[in-house]
Each structure stands twice: as C-alpha cells, then as structure tokens.
Design a binder for this molecule. Structure first.
Ligand code: ITT
Length: 215
C-alpha cells in the first residue's frame, strides 16, 4: 500500500485499536465469515449498515480484481475509512469459467441463492461427474480513501454435485463438493470452512497487509 494509505494509520496519537476498517459488503454470509477470519486484526470492523451507508456499487468490471477494487474504492471514498471489499464466485471448468464474476447475477438480478444454484445445476445436467470440476475464487481489495488499493486472492478447488447437500454457509456452498473431506462446503462447520475456503486463503494475506498498515 502507498504512503497515502499508510498515513491514515500512522498517526501515533491514535491508538491502533481505535482505527476502523469498513467491511464493504452487503452480503450477510461474507460479513459473518470476515468477522471470524479477521478477528485478530488491529482494526475495529464496521459495516456499511452500521454507518448508515446504503450505496450499491455497480460491478461493471470483467474480473474479480476489478470489481473488488471498484467496491473497496467507492466505499473508502464515501466513508473516509480504510475499506475491505470482496469479489468472489465460482468458476466451473465445463462452462468455460462461468459464472465467474457474474456469480451473484447468474440467474437474474432478483434471484435467490437457491435459484442461482438450481440454475447452475440445470446448466450442468448433461455433464458427467469426472467433468464437474470447479473452483471458488475470492479477491479482497483493501482501499484507502485516496483510492490506493492492495489486492489479495485465494482459491479452493472442488466438484459440482448433482443436487444440493448441507445447510451451512451461503450461496453455492451446498453444491460445492470437497473430495478430500467427502463433504460439500455447506456440510462443513463455519470453523471448518474458515480453515480451507477461498476466502480464508485471501483473508490470511489480507491480515498481513492490515498489520503493516496499522504500524
Ligand atoms: P457484495 O458485492 O455486497 O460483497 P455479493 O453477494 O453481490 O455481495 P459478489 O458480487 O462477490 O457478492 O458475488 C458473489 C457470488 O458468489 C454470490 O452469489 C455468492 O453467493 C457466491 N459466493 C461467494 N463466496 C461464496 C462462498 O464462500 N460460498 C458460496 N457462494 C459464494
């Protein structure tokens, strides 16, 4: 991160734990996971709703990196706080990497998590088990109010099931099977998911960035 971003946190008069980090997402599943994944960072995590921010950022980028940056910069500028955004989703090999950055809008704007995973299963109905490989990807952008950004990413490989299994997690978790654990992501406890997920891997890198920024 740049000097400008660091300067926000370099004010030695301000105790580090009083610095705030805005978790720039409206997705409750992500908020839940980040509150656990980032629990030892030297920042107090605040959410847009706690600050009365209702902005929905248009995800006009064509990659996870671009969209994560757009969300983090917009919220950092609006709040004046260091902001962390997450753009994530599924890339299915048999669909040429779809839904990718369109994961949230794959079954239309007003679709639910269940609609989206059913739509994905319907797209894969003729694809045999050995060709149902996929990966979850997560890109975290940490932005300062001056627009400087740092990116961290993580991924997790698995297979798409033929029907949903499990009730934990969110989004596409019930159809994402982890062969080495013989479970879908939605059959893992939150603690288990937070050890192996795409988001856990990206958050591990983000924690290091945040520690540096707090110095
Ligand atoms: P924000 O932009 O406000 O963060 P969003 O839900 O729109 O929220 P994305 O644009 O990053 O977030 O879309 C992510 C999509 O991928 C969404 O449909 C999620 O359900 C899905 N997804 C992301 N991470 C996931 C995970 O850990 N497990 C299951 N599905 C996930």
């Amino acid at each position: 991160m740049t000097a400008a971003a660091s300067s926000i946190n370099n004010d030695k008069e301000v105790p580090v734990h009083k610095n705030k980090l805005l978790l720039a997402t409206n997705n409750k599943g992500k908020v839940r996971e980040y509150k656990s994944l980032l629990r030892r960072i030297p920042f107090k995590i605040v959410t847009p709703s706690e600050l009365g921010i209702t902005t929905e950022v248009d995800e006009t980028g064509s990659s996870f990196e671009e969209n994560a940056g757009l969300k983090a910069i917009a919220l950092a500028k609006e709040s004046g706080l260091l902001s962390l955004a997450d753009d994530s989703g599924l890339e299915v090999d048999a669909l040429g990497g779809e839904p990718g950055p369109l994961s949230a809008r794959y079954a239309g704007e007003d679709a639910s998590d269940i609609d989206r995973l059913n739509y994905l299963l319907s797209r894969l109905k003729d694809v045999p088990g050995d060709r149902r490989s996929a990966r979850f990807r997560c890109v975290i952008a940490i932005a300062a109010p001056d627009g400087e950004v740092e990116l961290c990413s993580g991924e997790c490989r698995g297979l798409i099931t033929t029907e949903p299994r499990g009730y934990n997690g969110f989004g596409y978790d019930p159809i994402f099977y982890l062969p080495e654990l013989c479970k879908t992501m939605a059959e893992l406890t939150p603690e288990e998911k937070n050890k192996i997920s795409h988001r856990a891997k990206a958050a591990e890198k983000a924690r290091e960035v945040l520690k540096k920024l707090a110095r």
